[in-house]
Design a protein. Structure first.
Ligand code: MN
Length: 735
């Protein structure tokens, strides 16, 4: 790539004809030239030159890179949509949809260039750039466009120069580097360096110039020696010295904190040869003739860099102890090192040209995608599957949208203006009433696309997020914020229930002759919350009001009126064995309950409270049907003063126990599916399920009968049911 400037159509066409001969392709490029020339007529750049000179030179540089005819045509047309009031429809009447698509993508990226300084984040900008491009050719056109703008930056006001230069350094040069296009990367860096740190630029340039003669002499001598040696071995090769570009010297001085002469002391030579085998051969001869510095040999032929770079690197000691860095590579590797992805893209005449296939090939060679944050974690065995997954993740998994000020917001694919609003600010989300995307009013559930400019309409009169939003939001952030808001609202609604629950409790205490003021009090009630499986006063009163906690059982528990006296084994034995014999044995029933001291007793689990292993239990000696085992706090035995007997769980492998639970939730689609999924994940058998919706509170009560292993199993299930979206409370119930 030389730095010549094209002035005429002939300048361009002569460059193109060095590698394109097909009449059809040449005609296409001329047509694009004429079209752009006409559309840009009357437009001028700051330099006073016609605007067309810019697009002509973008085409010209692309031709120097040997890109295909459609890419050159798109390069010539790249500013037509944006600057000439030509629509995509008009353009696709004259040019192929492929060329129109390329130009459209370039124009979209161009819109990104207006940035609010405070919102600016180079990493985001790079991501959105790549996501918008979707095609390597678009990135190449955009890089060449920027290169020509940088070459002609002197006509811009200083402030603009600095802004464009720093964007070039932070966004464009890294992308060129990722694509391995080092000739563009180096030139962009040096130009940016010049505009950003002019004093340093001149200092380094002067130091390089001062040393040049001396260094050139040393390099020339070494080149002669190596050339002679390799020629004697009958090898074909090119050998030359190379200089580091100024910005890389500056960067090394800054980041590695080295002196200028330390960096420049390294003399660099490159040998370009025919085949890979030649490369290793040459390396062998050089190592035989000169002492290599240990640890400096790098074989990027066997292990290419991420941007496809291949070469052998070694460092040797030459005459008078001078250190030389030698790079050895084939012509093809050399071209990839300069042109990167563009070298693979290079147009080959006569070859059946399939851009889709070609891009796929390039993407397979490039692993630079890996560097982007958003890529998938799972690594597939199959390389092309892996690339597919990566491409999907980068181009499809995330959308990058912007605030009107140009702040880039990345969101998961499928996100809506509501996701955007909550990402900007919680209050923006809570008060959102409408969305404007690309200057059009759209519904709040519109799916956003990369490049969309999104603005949220808010109103102080807004009633807040609606339950419906939960159906379409994509981000957890939005979902959680909406849910929290709705919960809070629900809590407010709950306060009505709290009053009702308090009233019911007071009535119950009064009815039984207690002074209700002694008992119906937050502090007094609190110690009992855990026994009723609730954690807050509000939940407690709510449960009383909806009767999932019975008011009588609260009274009994607090006044200890059950007076439950568990019969000891002695008296039990007496009751069953009136002979008073001291036969002591243990009875184990099929239900896994052991009653110490007695045998051959009929034992069963009470159907009201359904005790399970791990629960505190008590036996009730029924009339005629043996021992019924209840949970110790079952309201049905609270009044029992006699007939209670101590019982214990016994282990029965694989036994399952029935238990009843009740789930209070907000109503939503697929709620039951989600609840049942949890139950089945925990391998509990679902016996019955029924669900009813309260239209007044929009809540849903789901009752289930499950078969579980024990109390711990149940606790796990309850805990995970509580985590299901829109679930408010989950309780074990007593019939
Ligand atoms: Mn341009």
């Amino acid at each position: 790539m030389h730095k010549g400037v094209a002035r005429t159509k002939d300048d361009l066409m002569n460059e193109v004809k060095t590698y394109i001969q097909s009449a059809e392709s040449l005609a296409l490029i001329e047509k694009a030239y004429d079209y752009a020339f006409e559309k840009h007529s009357g437009q001028f750049r700051r330099s006073g030159e016609p605007y067309f000179v810019h697009v002509l030179n973008v085409g010209y540089i692309l031709a120097q890179m040997h890109v295909g005819p459609s890419t050159i045509a798109a390069g010539l047309l790249h500013d037509v949509l944006e600057d000439c009031e030509v629509t995509s429809e008009e353009m696709s009447e004259v040019f192929t949809p492929e060329i129109t698509r390329l130009v459209e993508a370039v124009s979209k990226i161009k819109k990104l260039e207006f940035k609010d300084e405070k919102e600016y984040l180079a990493a985001n900008h790079r991501k959105i750039f790549i996501a918008l491009a979707k095609d390597v050719r678009v990135i190449i056109i955009k890089l060449v466009d920027r290169l020509h703008n940088m070459r002609t930056l002197q006509f811009m006001p200083e402030e603009k120069q600095k802004k464009i230069a720093s964007e070039t350094l932070e966004v464009y040069a890294p992308i060129a580097h990722r694509l391995g296009i080092s000739e563009i990367k180096n030139e962009l860096e040096d130009l940016s360096f010049y505009y950003l740190h002019r004093e340093d630029y001149y200092n380094i340039a002067r130091l390089v110039e001062n040393k040049k003669a001396e260094r050139d002499a040393q390099v020339t001598k070494m080149i002669e020696d190596i050339s002679q040696m390799l020629t004697e071995k009958g090898l074909q090769f090119r050998i030359f010295g190379r200089s580091k570009h100024l910005y890389s010297i500056y960067k090394k001085m800054k980041t590695k904190n080295k002196r200028f002469d330390e960096i420049l002391d390294l003399l660099a030579i490159r040998i370009v040869t025919q085949t890979e085998t030649n490369c290793y051969e040459i390396l062998g001869y050089i190592h035989a003739a000169y002492r290599p510095i240990p640890g400096r040999l790098k074989d990027y032929i066997a292990m290419p860099k991420m941007n496809m770079y291949q070469s052998l690197h070694t460092t040797i000691v030459g005459d008078e102890g001078r250190i030389f860095e030698v790079q050895i590579r084939t012509e093809e590797m050399d071209s990839v090192a300069e042109k990167g992805v563009a070298a693979h893209w290079a147009y080959k005449e006569g070859k059946k040209y399939d851009p889709t296939k070609e891009q796929q090939e390039i993407e397979e060679k490039l692993t630079w995608f890996k560097d982007l944050d958003a890529v998938t974690q799972d690594v597939s065995e199959n390389a092309s599957e892996y690339m597919d997954a990566l491409t999907r993740d980068i181009f499809e998994a995330n959308v990058y949208v912007m605030t009107p000020k140009g702040r880039v917001i990345d969101l998961p694919n499928g996100s809506t203006p509501i996701d955007f609003a909550y990402r900007v600010h919680t209050e923006v989300g809570h008060s959102a009433v409408g969305a404007i995307v690309n200057e059009m009013l759209v519904p709040l559930n519109t799916v956003l696309k990369t490049g969309d400019v999104v603005q949220i309409k808010t109103s102080k009169q807004s009633v807040g997020p609606s339950e419906d939003w939960l159906k379409f939001v994509k981000t957890n952030q939005a979902r959680n914020k909406i849910r929290n808001f709705l919960m809070k609202k629900e809590t407010e609604r709950k306060s009505e229930y709290v009053e009702k629950g308090e009233q019911m409790l007071r009535d119950e205490f009064r009815k039984r002759g207690y002074d209700e003021k002694e008992y119906v009090d937050h502090k007094k009630l609190e110690p009992y919350f855990s026994q009723f499986q609730v954690s807050t006063y509000v939940d407690f009163m709510y449960a009383v009001a909806v009767k999932s906690i019975s008011a009588p059982s609260v009274v009994e528990k607090m006044t200890n009126s059950r007076g439950a006296k568990v019969m000891d084994t002695e008296s039990l034995a007496k009751m069953y064995h009136r002979d008073g014999s001291d036969r002591r044995s243990t009875s184990v029933s099929k239900s896994g309950i052991r009653v110490a001291g007695v045998d051959s007793m009929m034992i069963s689990l009470a159907q009201c409270c359904c005790p399970i292993p791990g629960d505190e239990i008590v036996g009730y000696i029924s009339k005629g049907s043996g021992v019924k085992v209840h949970r110790a706090d079952c309201p049905n035995i609270l009044h029992e003063k006699k007939r209670l007997i101590q019982v214990e769980w016994d282990e029965i492998p694989e036994a399952k126990y029935e238990v009843n639970i009740s789930i209070l939730s907000h109503d939503r689609n697929f709620l039951l599916t989600d609840l049942v999924t949890v139950v089945s994940q925990y391998k509990a058998n679902l016996q019955t399920i029924n669900s009813s919706v309260n239209n007044e509170t929009l809540t849903c009560t789901t009752k289930m009968t499950l078969l579980v292993n024990d109390a711990e199993h149940l606790r796990n299930i309850l805990a995970n049911l509580r985590k299901v979206n829109s679930v408010i409370t989950v309780e074990r119930t007593i019939r």
